[in-house]
Design a protein around this ligand. Structure first.
Ligand code: FRU
Length: 519
């Protein structure tokens, strides 16, 4: 019991140490379903990953549907089946993706819709810019650009996606007020540079003079520019886009290079997405409808934008490198933690083993003691047994002379035999053990004694005494280390030669024959 209590207290203290070592960070899994993989999406994904560094325990998994709504539905189904804690969805198209988002909500998964909307207000939060306002701002810009009037072409994004519809509506609503500006055509170029290129070639072949092309993003504006260039018309047309990304192929650079006249910052807001998602998961306040700010970019501020963007990307690089170092440090911390765990576990096992060993040793000692006691008892018993056996032998070598059934003897005869045996046995070494002395000791006359002996044993008292001596001698020869001479005197013979002669007569063997039989 004492040992069990000690072991238990050791195990409990080791468990306390171990539980202190265990990390307390709550894990969150967020699934991000992106509609595309262009530069704008890559920037947004980077921002989300960067922001995620500030939330230990947050795991982000990003999937792209590559502009395919069916694939996006599968991605959302996958995240639902994975049991993510929260879903971020940038829908490719509003209508087709809505049921999948609602399914996630029904399963208790909060959904943050970003950039493009779904065909329902049923969502946990929305983060994005006001595309209708952006459309209007561009309408105003175009109105200023074409003060004297002009012909405008619109290349829209995928018209089944909300930004394309809203940008178009805002743009058209402003142009409606300006009768000088003629919106010659609006074509769906599906957010793609290539599609815009193809559409623009067709439009150029169909229309007489084009003053300005408004494309719903910079990629499409660039595609339209390339198409115009291929026809040698790029100098006579103004191109306006949206997104104003940094980087060599981004809108800011296109403005600086004179490819675009203007662009509009369409914020990616990846950091805000993660902040809102974590506020939802951690039960903090969050904006249900987070509208990101936008900014107009033309030649007057493009250089400033470029500088700011490159400064920002430097900062981003630093954060990434710090995070990398942090990662390495946390890895080595984890390794150390595992080592500590291992050492503590080994110590616990060692302590348990030592304690068990102590218990076993203690048990062995008590068993040894018991064994010693039993051995002592056994030895005592065996010496008692030996004595009894010896006694038995002694009795045997006398009893056998009385060749009668003892139970048929009278009480007097039995008493006589018992007394005689005791007398002879006690005085065996006495060579003067005469028949007179014996009969006197037993309370009989010599004649009476002689008769009784004859009746009971068939031999004379003298013969009986001698036979007893020889039987005991044989017993001693076989069972002791005594010499023949010692046995001779012990059994009351005066000389070894006489003893040897009597022995040979009685047993037809020499005493030395029996000595050789000893073990
Ligand atoms: C990127 C993009 C952007 C555009 C936005 C609208 O995938 O096409 O160019 O501004 O999506 O959702």
């Amino acid at each position: 019991m004492k040992y069990a209590a000690i072991i238990l207290s050791f195990v409990m203290s080791a468990m306390t140490v171990c539980s202190c070592l265990r990390s307390q960070v709550q894990e969150y899994n967020i699934g991000v379903s992106q509609c595309s993989t262009d530069d704008w999406r890559v920037k947004m994904n980077n921002e989300m990953q960067l922001e995620a560094f500030f939330y230990p325990g947050l795991n982000l998994e990003i999937r792209s549907a590559e502009d395919d709504s069916r694939r996006q539905i599968q991605d959302i189904e996958y995240f639902i089946s994975q049991g993510v804690d929260l879903l971020v969805v940038a829908p490719n198209e509003a209508e087709p993706v809505t049921p999948a988002v609602e399914k996630a909500l029904e399963q208790g998964i909060p959904v943050v819709v970003v950039d493009r909307k779904i065909a329902s207000d049923n969502m946990t939060a929305f983060i994005g810019a006001d595309n209708y306002q952006i459309g209007k701002s561009i309408g105003h810009y175009v109105s200023r650009m074409l003060r004297q009037g002009g012909n405008v072409v619109e290349l829209t994004g995928l018209m089944s996606s909300s930004p394309a519809q809203e940008r178009h509506n805002g743009f058209v609503d402003v142009l409606k007020e300006n009768k000088e500006i003629n919106l010659m055509c609006s074509r769906d170029a599906q957010w793609q540079e290539k599609t815009a290129y193809g559409e623009m070639l067709e439009i150029i072949s169909e229309m007489d003079s084009i003053d300005l092309v408004f494309a719903h993003n910079d990629m499409m504006a660039y595609g339209a520019f390339q198409a115009a260039k291929s026809m040698g018309m790029e100098q006579s047309i103004s191109f306006v886009g949206i997104d104003a990304l940094a980087g060599t192929s981004g809108g800011v650079n296109l403005v600086l290079e004179g490819v675009l006249d203007a662009s509009f910052v369409y914020p990616t807001g990846g950091d805000k997405v993660i902040q809102t998602a974590m506020n939802i998961l951690q039960g903090h306040d969050y904006k249900k409808n987070y509208i990101l700010e936008t900014a107009f970019v033309d030649r007057s501020n493009a250089e400033l934008m470029r500088m700011q963007s490159s400064h920002l990307s430097e900062q981003e690089m630093k954060i990434r490198s710090v995070n990398g170092k942090l990662h390495t440090l946390s890895r080595s911390y984890n390794i150390q933690k595992i080592l500590l765990w291992t050492v503590v576990s080994i110590m616990v096992v060692a302590i348990i083993l030592i304690a068990a060993l102590a218990v076993l040793l203690h048990q062995r000692n008590s068993l040894n003691k018991e064994l010693n006691n039993s051995q002592d008892k056994l030895e005592k018993l065996s010496s008692e047994l030996e004595a009894a056996t010896q006694n038995n032998h002694l009795q045997n070598f006398m009893e056998s002379e009385f060749d009668v059934d003892e139970t048929k003897l009278s009480a007097k005869d039995r008493e006589f035999i018992m007394n005689l045996k005791e007398l002879i046995n006690n005085n065996m070494s006495n060579s003067d053990l005469t028949v007179d002395w014996l009969s006197e000791e037993l309370g009989f006359s010599r004649v009476q004694f002689y008769r009784i002996m004859k009746r009971l044993s068939g031999i004379s008292p003298h013969e009986f005494v001698r036979n007893c001596r020889l039987r005991k001698a044989k017993y001693l020869l076989l069972s002791t280390d005594m010499t023949i001479a010692e046995i001779c005197y012990e059994t009351g013979f005066n000389t070894p030669s006489y003893f040897t002669r009597c022995f040979k007569e009685y047993y037809n063997k020499l005493p030395s024959d029996y000595v050789r039989m000893r073990e």
